[in-house]
Design a protein around this ligand. Structure first.
Ligand code: SAM
Ligand code: DTB
Ligand code: SF4
Length: 327
């Protein structure tokens, strides 16, 4: 079923219990409700980015005190991937603070993809906008997923990002899909956008054809020195509503409870899992900011009776692995 923008606004406006019941019902129809996919992130190239995304610690235009680092060496990336695998991650996502890779940047990243894939991990990369042919090179190297977020609704995009456009993002997403890669595409909420823009973001994500296999919902991490550092925090109930609406409109996509978990109490994360979130970033760090440490996540999984998901396609009935032996 496809949802119009008016439908999606209507979903947001429902009584909370009705919305959560509907979202959880959709979730159970398509997924094991107790299985959560776990990915670990690594920033392979940090800071000094030419872009001006208002939320980001890595823009060269913001004074966040972040120390820039050039592209990591292959050995160091592999050490991090092995450590993530030993802790129970099944997917390893490599992020670079680029507007997009130059061809000379891409060659060493292709080596990283090949080597991480050879460990038996699923691979994901987020490198910014891609030029013709680059998505194919990534696919040939063994990349499984490419992350490229629409971030916010088209009408709000220009309030947050001025150095590239919403249409530029769609263009890269098209290249990624045409190369046969799986798409990881979501957004950020808590940027000061209206509810209608949260609905507009979900409408755009749901209109991608086919829909993204993975949909990260990031809650803004307010970073001192960025233009959005003083934005009032989003109401947590509104955040849960956003997860629930994403689940309803993207019924077969993995919905990832992404940035912002460090500040979330367990009961809020539990509500998000009930509302249909079924993947997380696992490991003490996101790209540049903290994430709950793995002991805390292991304890949360135990408490909620959740288990990590083995690799498998979106929409497939996931096979569970034993939480005690893996996490
Ligand atoms: N440079 C690439 C790009 O912009 O596509 C890849 C890395 S970028 C950091 C990946 C995503 O992280 C962004 O699209 C945004 O959704 C999310 N993100 C970045 N900073 C964030 C923050 N402070 N809080 C929440 N999410 C954030
Ligand atoms: C996504 O949607 N969220 C991740 C991943 N894709 C690359 C990144 C979150 C970044 C949070 C801020 C930071 O750590 O710099
Ligand atoms: Fe650069 Fe990506 Fe950060 Fe934007 S979100 S400033 S493109 S690293």
């Amino acid at each position: 079923m496809s949802y119009s923008l008016a439908d999606i606004n209507g979903l947001f406006a429902q009584p909370f219990n009705d919305l959560l019941f509907q979202a959880h019902t959709v979730h159970r129809r398509h997924f094991d409700p107790n299985a959560v996919q776990v990915s670990t992130l690594l920033s392979i190239k940090t800071g000094g980015c030419s872009e001006d995304c208002g939320y980001c610690s890595q823009s060269a235009r913001h004074h966040t005190g972040l120390e820039s680092q050039t592209l990591m060496q292959l050995d160091a990336v592999l050490d991090a991937a092995r450590a993530a695998q030993a802790r129970g991650a099944t997917r390893f996502c490599m992020g670079a603070a680029w507007r997009g890779p130059k061809d000379k940047d891409l060659a060493p990243v292709l080596d990283m993809v090949r080597a991480v894939k050879a460990l038996g991990l699923e691979t994901c990369a987020t490198l910014g906008m891609l030029r013709d042919g680059q998505a194919e090179q990534l696919a040939n190297a063994g990349l499984d997923y490419y992350n490229h977020n629409l971030d916010t609704a088209p009408e709000f995009y220009g309030e947050v990002i001025h150095t590239h456009s919403f249409d530029d993002r769609l263009d890269t997403l098209g290249k990624v899909r045409d190369a046969g890669l799986k798409v990881c595409c979501g957004g950020i909420v808590g940027l000061g956008e209206a509810r209608a823009s949260r609905a507009g973001l979900i409408a755009q994500l749901a209109a991608l054809d086919p829909p993204p296999e993975s949909v990260p919902i990031n809650l803004l991490v307010r970073i001192p020195g960025t233009p959005l550092s003083d934005i009032p925090a989003l109401d947590p109930i509104e955040f849960v509503r956003t997860v629930a609406v994403a689940r309803i409109c993207l019924p077969t996509s993995m919905v990832r409870l992404s940035a912002g978990r460090q500040e979330m109490p367990e009961y809020l994360q539990a509500l998000c899992f009930f509302a249909g979130a079924n993947s997380i970033f696992y490991g003490d760090k996101l790209l540049t900011t903290p994430n709950p440490d793995t002991d805390r996540d292991r304890a949360l999984f135990e408490k909620l009776g959740l288990h990590p998901l083995e690799p498998g396609g979106a929409g497939e009935t996931p096979r569970a692995v034993n939480v005690r032996s893996v996490l």
